[in-house]
Design a protein around this ligand. Structure first.
Ligand SMILES: Cc1cc2nc3c(=O)[nH]c(=O)nc-3n(C[C@H](O)[C@H](O)[C@H](O)COP(=O)(O)O)c2cc1C
Ligand SMILES: [Fe+2]
Ligand SMILES: [Fe+2]
Length: 399
């Protein structure tokens, strides 16, 4: 017996929580789990929107049957996104309902075929096309590259629900509360930004394009494939994603360092202290050898100030810092002020690589990089203090 969760009289949440998987995409830590949201519209024709991951197929089919019974069938599977966290139960669904029509766009079907070898019962939809389920009339909004090429959104014109796929999604399982008015958002805000910055942020310009396409759409509810469903204040999640995809940042600084023996770390702590003395309240100091890349990216997406330090290691960066800078370049965040520092013993290389990073990402440098030989002395600390003051000044000016 499943207790179903309803968005409206005829729209059901049939998602599942995953608290077992350690790493999402085998990369991003899931300390707080994740939900794979799927939806069922119980109309003259029954439609399911996106599925769940492979491991949850059985529970998923049971949920569907507890709503529509054993006699009725699912007529349509609408695929907004083909990543396996949502397409994993497709085979199980097709096996249970062999006549099900798969609804997607041209790019969807290429991936359906490549992943699951399914070539039949395809129902291709294009922009402005409508699918009538009886009472519910569905529209499809093509939003390519948010964050895969085939991604689209489904809009239910009757109940005014936007089934948005990964856009507006969040890490974190749904622990009892499923709707925005049932949860404490403080927890989800950071998990939502982490999800956005890790998974979608690289495609921020495509998110902005998606927003343009959604202009004028009356959205009463946002139902993404991860995280809470927004029915009380859908505008909140829309404006957060809008801000993040326009690279809007908060007044604050994250200091990220890589340090073997603590020389570079001493400078990080000193800079942080000086920032506090300058009145900056939001300061995070992170050791790149310990804090996962996922959280570092989240911090960078949040704070306008970024200060990076590394010891020299084989004429370059400490590998954990290299891992961070390489990925950060790849993601291409914008709107940051930058400071650099580090320690070396012979030919250097750490700060040199950080300077190359600065050129590649094109963030505004607030002060000359500080590079010290071995243990930082008075001179190095003085320069670090200067960097902190310039950073604080720049942040205050930009308010
Ligand atoms: C494996 C290894 C490689 C290193 N490579 C370099 C190097 O290429 N150039 C350099 O100037 N110092 C190099 N060093 C020295 C460190 O950068 C130096 O001791 C620095 O002060 C360490 O700072 P930390 O305490 O923040 O780690 C290396 C040290 C180690 C252990
Ligand atoms: Fe995805
Ligand atoms: Fe997803």
């Amino acid at each position: 017996m499943h207790h179903t969760v309803q968005l409206t009289d005829s729209v059901h949440w049939i998602g599942v929580n995953d608290r077992k998987t350690h790493l999402f995409e085998n990369l991003w830590p899931l300390e707080n789990g994740i939900a794979y949201n799927s939806y069922l519209i119980d109309d003259d024709h029954v439609a399911v929107i996106d599925t769940v991951d492979h491991g949850s197929s059985e529970e998923y089919i049971d949920k569907i049957k507890s709503i529509i019974g054993h006699e009725r069938k699912v007529d349509y599977l609408i695929i907004n996104h083909m990543e396996p966290d949502h397409s994993g139960a497709i085979r199980a669904l097709v096996k249970e309902y062999p006549d099900i029509r798969i609804v997607g766009n041209l790019k969807t079907f290429k991936i359906v075929s490549a992943y699951y070898g399914l070539e039949e019962n395809q129902h291709e939809v294009k922009k402005d096309e409508e699918l009538n389920l009886g009472h519910h009339r569905l529209q499809f909004i093509m939003t390519p590259w948010v964050h895969w090429p085939e991604t689209m959104m489904t809009y239910d014109q009757s109940d005014k629900i936007l089934f948005s796929g990964d856009a507006f999604g969040s890490f974190g399982s749904l622990d009892g509360g499923i709707f925005d008015d049932e949860i404490n958002f403080e927890f989800y805000e950071s998990e939502m930004r982490r999800y956005f910055s890790n998974i979608v942020g690289k495609y921020s310009n495509m998110v902005q394009k998606a927003f343009k396409k959604l202009e004028g759409t009356d959205i009463k509810m946002v139902a993404a494939t991860h995280g809470p469903i927004w029915r009380e204040d859908p505008q909140k999640v829309l404006s957060l994603y809008d801000r993040w995809s326009r690279y809007e940042t908060e007044k604050g600084v994250v200091v990220i360092f890589g340090s073997m023996y603590g020389n570079t770390e001493k400078m990080a702590d000193y800079i942080a202290r000086k920032l506090a003395e300058e009145g900056i309240k939001n300061i995070r100091v992170r050791d790149a050898s310990k804090t996962h890349l996922s959280h570092l990216i989240n911090d960078v997406w949040r704070f306008r100030g970024v200060i990076l330090g590394s010891s020299a290691y084989n004429s370059g960066l400490l590998p954990t810092m290299e891992h961070f800078t390489t990925n950060m370049e790849h993601i291409g965040a914008k709107n940051h002020y930058l400071g650099l520092f580090g320690s070396y013993s012979w030919n250097g290389g750490g700060v040199k690589k950080l300077k190359e990073f600065a050129e590649n990402v094109d963030w505004e440098m607030v002060a000359e990089p500080v590079e010290t030989k071995g243990i930082p002395g008075e001179d190095a600390f003085r320069q670090c203090g200067q960097m902190a003051r310039s950073m604080a000044q720049r942040l205050k000016e930009s308010e």
